[in-house]
Design a protein around this ligand. Structure first.
Ligand code: T3D
Length: 271
């Protein structure tokens, strides 16, 4: 992989950005603190996601962590965040975690979290905001919030019960117990658990596969599924008809059908 942005190239930069074909990889890069989020990291992360969203040549994004951890959530030692009577944790969530979660859930291309090690607190829910979570077998997920007197954030209260049901959501969030990657896959919290050595190869292959698909259709699929969750069946059917009407008028549908009939690979361009 090659570094594409000079300002991110320094080894100590808290975020590394690399590009391989249509795939952008963002690497959280504070390994000594298990890639926990600081203000400095947030200052690079959201803009990097915005840049990927606006660059029409990017068709899939991978997020991973440097070293043995994926992300340990908020850096609890970052003086810019603070704790105690003067802390405004709500403002931190408003300023950083809310826009981050919203950005991930509305990206025009699929986003894959390559969870290489422990994902705790907002680091776990940051991963769960992605479309695919592929974790190394040695990785784990921890809803660490209750242990420091907080509640799940970065979308956790919405995501957890939808992914694994209320009983498991409550259990994970209240105990803050470590959930190994294999168990996370078994209960449907994540997409896949793979051997540590093959994590990036597996994720890269998935990203390149998704990059060849219709980005527009994939983003609309995410939106349709998320929108249908609180709807009744009739509402979901009505929305499917509305979205499909729009998709059916798109160039990707015409290309997909033409490619199928001509027995050739489709070349999708919509985003
Ligand atoms: O303002 C706000 O706070 C609002 C936002 C909240 C969102 C949140 O994310 S709240 C949740 C914050 N995260 C946590 O509470 C997790 C804290 N970390 C841990 O519980 C453990 O580190 C892990 C279970 C994740 C991993 O344990 P282990 O034994 O594998 O590693 P370790 O030895 O605890 O950590 C390695 C180093 O990373 C260590 O530093 P040292 O001693 O080698 O210099 C440790 O202090 C540091 N580290 C780990 N997590 C954080 C951290 N440093 C700062 N903040 C962290 N979150």
């Amino acid at each position: 992989m090659t570094q594409t942005t000079a300002s991110f190239a320094a080894a100590e930069a808290p975020l590394l950005v690399a590009r391989q074909g249509a795939v952008t990889t963002l690497t959280l890069n504070r390994p000594a603190s298990l890639n926990s989020f600081t203000v400095a990291m947030h200052a690079l992360l959201l803009p990097a996601l915005q840049a990927a969203a606006h660059d029409t040549s990017v068709r899939a994004v991978i997020i991973t962590g440097a070293g043995r951890g994926f992300c340990a959530g908020q850096d609890l030692a970052d003086p810019a965040m603070g704790a105690g009577a003067d802390a405004d944790v709500g403002a931190v969530v408003e300023r950083f975690y809310k826009p981050l979660a919203e950005r991930l859930r509305t990206m025009p291309v699929p986003v894959i979290a390559a969870v290489n090690g422990v994902a705790a607190g907002a680091g776990a829910n940051f991963a769960l905001c992605c479309d695919f979570v592929v974790a190394a077998r040695s990785a784990s997920f921890i809803q660490a919030f209750s242990k420091i007197g907080l509640v799940p954030d970065c979308g956790g209260t919405w995501l957890l019960p939808r992914l694994v049901g209320r009983a498991r959501a409550i259990g994970l969030a209240m105990t803050g117990d470590k959930l190994p990657a294999e168990e996370a896959e078994r209960i449907g919290l994540i997409w896949k658990c793979v051997d540590d050595a093959s994590l990036m190869e597996h994720v890269m292959a998935l990203a390149h596969r998704l990059a060849l698909m219709s980005s527009k259709a994939l983003a609309e699929t995410r939106l349709a599924i998320d929108t249908a969750l609180p709807m009744d069946f009739a509402g979901a059917l009505a929305r499917e008809a509305e979205v499909q009407g729009r998709m059916g008028r798109g160039a990707d549908f015409a290309e997909g059908v033409a490619a199928f009939l001509a027995k050739r690979p489709a070349v999708f361009k919509d985003r």
